[in-house]
Design a protein around this ligand. Structure first.
Ligand SMILES: Cc1cc2nc3c(=O)[nH]c(=O)nc-3n(C[C@H](O)[C@H](O)[C@H](O)COP(=O)(O)OP(=O)(O)OC[C@H]3O[C@@H](n4cnc5c(N)ncnc54)[C@H](O)[C@@H]3O)c2cc1C
Length: 393
């Protein structure tokens, strides 16, 4: 799709040592050395990966989970971590490191989602390493011009095809009537179509009025899978001083407020920057503080991680995703215990002429842009099949 849209990728900067911060201090390490300080995370996630690979196809694709899988949906990921920490003889640090690494990908604490969901997430991304790594992982490439270039170029493409893209028209209601769909926006704009794709995140589906009402199971599914929590901030600098110190900036911290930091410099090298993530409970706690307090706390931590030069930033931006009315969190909706096994079967089912897309409905790369794109293709196929079928009648 990137090529089709005429976009280009560039490689995420990842040269140099990684950084690990714990209550005992800051460690700089070569991520490719044998004695990786985060080896316990690999041990636990490799164990979970075997279980993820063995999820039943009927469960994973259709939501018809086996008895044992339903049991796995009744426990939180945190519970599994604790049980297996003991079995593998891993200390408290292993559990904390694993929690932080997985929170960096899900933006939720391990005590907030079911273990079955975690296994599905692992399966969807072909493994924990792929889901978080830079080299050979999902973070390896970035899009020139930023990820929003996809939407900008898609808009141009569909407009060339004679379609209209409307901004600032939040959908208020969707009615299935006489084999068509009537969508009404909060501004009163009405659009009638043969089919509609509802691609808002699951947690926002209840903000739209459906007629006839959505089945109880879909309503419950949407209400029981809230978004994770994240505050993302970027600090711009005159020089990439961390690179000069032999650091990639790739950081995982077990000390609040930050969970992760990455190099966020663009491909031109003109705008050195660090991108910082406050995730899960840290995002919730720091969202109650003023922007100045948050900024100061993050800068203090950056100085601990990379040196006093971190205080000399030339610009700063931040986005609190939890406060955004049209996402209410980040990165995606995460099911709690019992949700996948009781309501998962309805995840990809259409409602009359309304089809459901969004990264949460993907079977590959749940929670990522890749998953959102896959779900779009699935809905397009569903609609084409329905149209083809009805034209034969
Ligand atoms: C800070 C952050 C970092 C991320 N990093 C990565 C990354 O590195 N790699 C990666 O692959 N993914 C990343 N993601 C996840 C990625 O952004 C999502 O997986 C992807 O955007 C999901 O696409 P979607 O179409 O399902 O939903 P969204 O992109 O959330 O789109 C849903 C749209 O629905 C709109 N909407 C909501 N309510 C209404 C309404 N009532 N009427 C009309 N429209 C409405 C919203 O405004 C939004 O535009 C990140 C997400 C965040 C927030």
């Amino acid at each position: 799709m990137i090529r089709e849209l005429g976009l280009e990728l560039f490689t995420q900067y990842d040269d140099g040592d990684y950084v690990l911060q714990t209550e005992n201090g800051v460690t700089y390490y070569d991520p490719f050395q044998k004695q990786n300080p985060l080896y316990a995370v690999d041990l636990l996630t490799n164990k979970a990966q075997i279980m993820a690979d063995n999820l039943s196809p009927q469960g994973y694709y259709e939501g018809k989970w086996t008895h044992e899988e339903k049991r796995l949906d009744s426990i939180m990921f945190s519970q599994w971590l604790r049980e297996n920490q003991k079995e593998e003889g891993i200390g408290e640090f292993g559990v904390q490191a694993c929690s932080a690494m997985i929170t960096s990908a899900i933006a939720c604490e391990p005590e907030e989602y079911s273990f079955l969901f975690f296994l599905s997430f692992l399966k969807s991304g072909q493994g924990y390493r792929t889901l978080i790594d830079v080299k050979d992982g999902v973070q390896e490439f970035r899009i020139k011009g930023g990820a929003q270039s996809i939407s900008i170029e898609l808009k141009k493409l569909v407009e060339k095809m004679g379609c209209k893209v409307m901004y600032d028209e939040p959908v208020k209601s969707i009615a299935n009537t006489n084999g068509t769909v009537l969508v009404t926006t909060r501004n009163g704009t009405k659009i009638r179509a043969r089919h509609a794709v509802c691609a808002v995140p699951m947690n926002l589906v209840p903000s739209i009025e459906f007629s006839p009402p959505l089945p109880l199971e879909r309503q419950q599914l949407c209400e029981k899978a809230p978004m994770g929590s994240a505050i993302k901030c970027i600090f711009f600098y005159k020089t990439a001083f961390w690179r000069e110190k032999g650091l990639s900036a790739n950081t995982v911290s077990l000390v609040p407020p930050l969970t992760n930091v990455f190099d966020a410099g663009d491909d031109s090298g003109k705008y050195p920057a660090l991108v910082c993530f406050l995730l899960g409970k840290n995002a919730r706690k720091w969202s109650h503080y003023s922007e100045e307090r948050r900024r100061q706390d993050v800068v203090d931590q950056l100085a601990d991680l990379f040196g006093e030069e971190a205080r000399e930033y030339v610009d700063f931006i931040e986005k609190n995703w939890v406060a955004d009315e049209f996402s209410k969190g980040c990165y995606f909706c995460v099911p709690s215990v019992g949700v996948l096994s009781n309501y998962g079967f309805i995840l990809r089912k259409s409602h009359g002429h309304v089809h459901f897309a969004g990264t949460e409905t993907a079977v590959q790369y749940i929670g990522y842009i890749e998953g959102a794109i896959e779900s779009g293709y699935r809905c397009a196929d569903e609609i084409l099949n329905r149209i083809e079928h009805s034209s034969k009648l």
